[in-house]
Design a protein around this ligand. Structure first.
Ligand code: KIV
Ligand code: ZN
Length: 390
């Protein structure tokens, strides 16, 4: 990463408390929501989507209090395309230093069929609701839900209407995780080139992970000109989840050489919030999850451990400290070699001579063949057995 490259700022919009909380079973208590919002605010997230105020009294109360307690982040609430939703949303977010209303409607043929609106009726609804929201608040985000399956001409038409009615951010959701990276980049690029007024607003990308491409699609959209990424901690979200905040933030940090964009997020706070979200949502993080999984900075194979001991960059592209972990974890198991055992024993306070180490190594390999992981206590017992004169 070269610091001389001038980087465009990409806004991070976190929707853990709205889209993330919509995952079946991920409901959080009021206090837990306030705590997560506080951590998001503290780590430098630009916009927190705190909930869907019309959905329930609880959601309304949570969004209102998060708005009141916010210090740095813009606080956003979600509203469908009707005046009652928008008014309720404003009632909740208006307490924030920087409030935002996010209103949306499904624009693809499948989604248009639900409210039974034809294209013209929907266009009129968009004009009226965005205008209403803009009369309440200066900061308006509008989303054509299922944008990636909406007819191109119609998408351009409705985006233009929303911009003219006062939207300041246009979010392009890949609601069902259907797009692919090249298409994701092209869609944003073509919208910016085609829609009048597009240069005056910010385009956002909101990707779902149904095909495992949410992070790639979000980063591609940034290449296409999006300057806001919508994401959640641990990729929490309905079905296969949303773009993971930790993945886009670290990808932009680690590969700034080819993606010259920066975020305002302090990546050293990632691990703590990841653990808190896993605990309060009840959604454990998979062991091999990028950035925040238990094994993301763990090495067991002898070759890897040996390489890591000589130079951490051999097998790590980022430092564990950069995501808030104190150190790399050398897991002792049957693939570990003598160098890793020597280093681990040194950490535990044992400096063995070559013969003693050889003896402990043989015992360690025997044990490792029987156990998945050899813990510190096991190693201490092995050293005592090997060095006990009796
Ligand atoms: O996935 C989606 O389309 C959404 C919208 C409400 C933005 O979450
Ligand atoms: Zn979504």
């Amino acid at each position: 990463m070269t610091d001389t490259v001038s980087k465009d700022r990409v806004l991070i919009f976190d929707t853990t408390l709205r889209d993330g909380e919509q995952s079946p079973g991920a409901t959080m208590t009021h206090e837990e929501k306030l705590e997560i919002a506080g951590l998001l605010d503290d780590m430098g997230v630009d916009i927190i989507e705190a909930g869907f105020p019309i959905a329930s009294e609880g959601d309304f109360r949570a969004v209102s209090e998060i708005a009141r307690q916010s210090r740095n982040s813009t606080i956003c609430g979600l509203a469908r395309a009707n005046l009652t939703d928008i008014d309720r949303c404003w009632e909740a977010v208006q307490h924030a230093k920087s409030p935002r209303i996010h209103t949306f409607i499904g624009t693809s043929p499948l989604h248009r069929a639900i409210p039974n609106l034809d294209m013209d009726q929907m266009a009129e609804r968009i004009h009226d609701t965005v205008t209403h929201a803009r009369n309440l608040c200066d900061n308006i985000q509008w989303s054509p839900m299922d944008a990636t399956r909406t007819e191109w001409d119609y998408l351009c038409r409705v985006v233009e209407i929303a911009i003219k009615a006062g939207a300041t951010t246009i979010n392009i959701p890949d609601t069902v995780g259907y797009t692919a990276p090249r298409e994701s980049a092209d869609l944003i690029r073509r919208l910016i080139e085609t829609v009048p007024g597009a240069d005056d607003i910010i385009f956002a990308t909101h990707c779902h992970n149904d095909l495992g491409m949410a992070t790639a699609n979000a980063l591609a959209a940034v290449e296409g000109g999006a300057r806001q990424i919508e994401c959640t901690i641990n990729g929490l979200g309905e079905r296969a989840g949303n773009t993971a905040l930790e993945e886009v933030v670290m990808a932009l940090k680690v590969r700034g050489d080819i993606m010259p964009y920066e975020t305002g997020v302090d990546s050293r706070k990632i691990m703590n919030i990841s653990r808190r979200v896993a605990t309060v949502s009840g959604f454990a993080v998979q062991f091999n999850k990028a950035i925040v999984g238990k094994n993301a900075f763990a090495h067991e194979s002898g070759i890897h451990q040996d390489g890591m001991l000589k130079n951490a960059e051999t097998f790590e592209i980022m430092r564990p400290e950069d995501v808030g972990l104190s150190e790399t974890n050398l897991v002792m198991g049957k693939h570990s070699g003598r160098a890793a055992l020597r280093a681990k024993l040194k950490d535990l306070g044992f400096e063995l001579g070559d013969n003693q180490l050889k003896d402990v190594f043989v015992r360690f390999k025997e044990l490792a063949d029987r156990k998945k992981e050899v813990y510190d206590e096991d190693l201490i017992a092995l050293v005592s057995a090997a060095t006990d004169p009796a």
